[in-house]
Design a protein around this ligand. Structure first.
Ligand code: GRF
Length: 204
């Protein structure tokens, strides 16, 4: 059987990318990272890919005259390696409707809050500012609306009295590192069904 191929897009540290690679190495998920695409030259995730011998490419927005051309370069790379799933793992850009339509129901994102609460950036700070007692992690399919696609998995994280955005983000990251590989496992095992924007996890 053909191995299930994923393409990962990331812009920063890449701890979620690493969590996927580690889950593969532990044989918890049966997929191949066919490519890492990064849009920031100084992102640590590039070093992680190099260390792990995973094919990677830097595609910077500034090398293109339009967002459309920039995205087309990314889309072409993903198609070149025939990915079955695109994983946004800390990719700090909003992708266009055109990009989403190129991979229907085949793009997932990890977000550090319980969506639909606190979409966009600085979700940990947003949660602290609002004063909620529980926030969490969401893995969802990407739709043309930002942080609003069908939800695959969620897990709560309690907020402590003395939390800062940094301490909260650390605990959120620990959950992300478990939830993202789990979502990839479910999708690659064909255990995820979407109907009327709701996701159903099939039991095996
Ligand atoms: C994560 O918190 C993720 O939810 C958000 O960006 C962060 C990326 O972290 N979208 P890392 O680069 O994977 O460490």
């Amino acid at each position: 059987m053909n191995v299930f191929k994923i393409g990962v897009l990331a812009s920063g540290n890449g701890s979620n990318f690493q969590a996927i690679v580690d889950a593969i190495k532990r044989k918890e998920i049966n997929v191949e990272v066919s490519i890492l695409i990064c849009d920031k030259a100084d992102a640590f995730v590039l070093k992680r890919a190099k260390n792990e011998n995973i094919k990677y490419i830097l595609i910077e927005r500034k090398s293109f005259s339009s967002k459309n051309e920039f995205e087309n370069a990314i889309i072409n790379k993903l198609k070149e390696v025939n990915v079955d799933l695109v994983v946004l793992a800390g990719f700090m850009r909003i992708i266009s409707e055109n990009f989403v339509n190129e991979f229907p129901n085949k793009i997932i994102n990890i977000h550090p809050s319980l969506l639909p609460s606190f979409p966009g950036i600085e979700s940990c700070q947003q949660a602290l500012d609002y004063g909620v007692k529980i926030t969490g992690v969401t893995v969802h399919f990407v739709s043309k609306e930002v942080d609003a696609g069908p939800i695959i998995l969620q897990e709560p994280v309690y907020i402590y009295e003395n939390d800062t955005a940094e301490t909260l983000a650390q605990r959120i990251h620990q959950i992300e590192h478990k939830l993202l590989p789990q979502a990839i496992h479910l999708i690659s095992s064909n255990l995820v069904e979407i109907s009327a924007r709701k996701v159903k996890i099939k039991c095996n």
